[in-house]
Ligand binder design. Structure first.
Ligand SMILES: *[C@@H]1O[C@H](CO)[C@@H](O)[C@H](O)[C@H]1NC(C)=O
Ligand SMILES: *[C@@H]1O[C@H](CO)[C@@H](O)[C@H](O)[C@H]1NC(C)=O
Length: 454
């Protein structure tokens, strides 16, 4: 009994000693974490945030139009239809308005949205008599909601902007937006590209302005979808010294680095992008005319070259057979710009040497093969599914990991959010938390660096 007691006391004594040690450890941890908190606090207070510029995806910002005297409407109906909410200079919101949902208006809308490739000037242009513009470049205003009168169903980046404001970002001071005419793409060197080049020039000026109005701090670019393709081109088209000086980090959400199979469906049978009630065939011609949609076709350097993606009764099409595919769906005029402008652009996925974090969804069933029946491309296909974010295949979302595996000067982090879709990444609470956590981390990284230097 005595033995047991003393043994117990010894054990208790040992436990107390252990406890004391543990408490000391905890104290140290507490001090360390207090220091970290203080450091974070120091970083997050005051004007020490790196400015953020948001670059939206296709269809992700409002687009305005104005009809000139040269405008010829396709039908009496369209000529009578003049959008109600015009400003004094005739500008009205072309994208997005719910009138698009009503069949006769869908046609008027589609014709005004259609682009034309002009072989003589080797560039894309609007329909004759249609002028377009993005409103408030530099501000996030036109990318919060696609239609400010229908906030609930047309929310785009409002949730992300709210979350950034919650950690101290302030619109037009540390938080900016880079809306653009998403129908246009970019072209490789030697090809004119008036609209896209102007956007990259405006973006450069915005980066420099955001940096200089924030004490010379470098800028964090946050892109969604197609915006990531523009962002990578933007970085690689500016000199390394400029990138190093002005760009802190690129956070690319849901970027289709190698396009998507869904892109082929858009060309073959039209795609309403989830807008209900619209007949996809009514918008197919307009969608085929968009230069950026060609850029979003599956990229031959990323997708498996042997696997057929589109299957029909007479023929199959792999990623290498897109020119024949474009001809066979009845869009032969797309072949020349595809081959001369888009393919060379798709090959430009060089590492910019700028810190890059890809935030992507995964585990959502995503079109991988499209089988068209005996009625051809006018009917929606039977879809074979694979992994991705519901819109973009995993092979495309994660393409840079493979391409850049041997790059020495490139940091690349990928955050995969299970069950998060291409668009819900901008709405889902866990996804927004992950994005904000990443942006906070990027901001505090800078502080740690500064401390180390001091
Ligand atoms: C097309 O691909 C499918 C599935 O891979 C295959 O069964 C079929 O034989 C192919 N058809 C042609 C015409 O090559
Ligand atoms: C990496 O960057 C350093 C410094 O900027 C440069 O000297 C070096 O050539 C780069 N290496 C590669 C492989 O690009």
């Amino acid at each position: 009994m005595g033995y047991h007691q003393s043994s117990r006391r010894r054990t208790i004594h040992k436990q107390r000693k252990k406890m004391k040690g543990l408490l000391e450890d905890l104290k140290i941890i507490a001090i360390v974490s207090m220091a970290m908190v203080q450091q974070l606090y120091m970083c997050e207070s005051g004007s020490s945030l790196h400015p953020v510029i948001l670059i939206p995806g296709a269809g992700g910002n409002q687009l305005e139009a104005r009809l000139t005297k040269d405008y010829k409407s396709s039908s009496v109906f369209c000529s009578r239809w003049n959008p109600i909410m015009k400003d004094t200079q005739g500008w009205f919101r072309l994208w997005f308005t719910p009138t698009v949902l009503l069949a006769p208006y869908t046609d008027c809308f589609a014709r005004r949205m259609t682009l034309y490739y002009d072989r003589d000037s080797d560039d894309y242009r609007n329909a004759i008599g249609v002028q377009t513009r993005v409103n408030k470049f530099g501000s996030v205003r036109s990318l919060l909601y696609l239609d400010p009168n229908l906030k609930q169903i047309t929310t785009y980046m409002a949730g992300l902007v709210d979350s950034l404001e919650a950690i101290g970002y302030v619109r037009d001071k540390t938080l900016f937006g880079a809306p653009y005419d998403f129908r246009y793409g970019l072209a490789p060197e030697g090809h004119p590209c008036a609209v896209g080049s102007k956007f990259l020039k405006d973006l450069k000026e915005l980066v420099e302005r955001a940096s200089s109005s924030n004490g010379g701090k470098s800028v964090i670019l946050v892109s969604h979808s197609l915006g990531g393709l523009f962002a990578l081109q933007f970085l690689n088209r500016n000199p390394p010294s400029w990138r190093k000086h002005f760009i802190k980090h690129l956070v690319a959400l849901s970027t289709p680095w190698g396009g998507s199979v869904e892109g082929m469906r858009t060309f073959a049978s039209g795609n309403t992008l989830g807008v209900p009630l619209v007949n996809p065939l009514l918008v197919r011609t307009e969608q085929r005319s968009s230069e950026s949609n060609l850029w979003l076709l599956p990229n031959p350097t990323i997708y498996d070259r042997k696997t057929p993606i589109v299957i029909t009764q007479n023929s199959n099409y792999t990623v290498d057979e897109i020119p024949r595919f474009l001809k066979d769906i009845g869009f032969g005029e797309g072949v020349y710009p595809y081959e001369s402008r888009i393919v060379p652009l798709m090959e430009q996925l060089q590492a910019p040497g700028v810190h890059l974090t890809c935030v992507i969804g995964g585990g959502v069933k995503t079109p991988e093969t499209l089988s068209y029946g005996e009625n051809g491309f006018d009917e929606q296909p039977e879809i074979g599914y694979g992994d991705g974010d519901g819109t973009v295949n995993t092979v495309s979302l994660r393409a840079l990991e493979r391409l850049w595996a041997k790059e020495k000067n490139q940091t690349l982090e990928t955050i995969v959010l299970p069950g998060v879709s291409h668009k819900s990444i901008l709405e889902n609470r866990d996804a927004l938390d992950a994005i904000i956590n990443e942006i906070s981390g990027i901001n505090s990284m800078g502080c740690r660096h500064t401390r180390a230097v001091i």
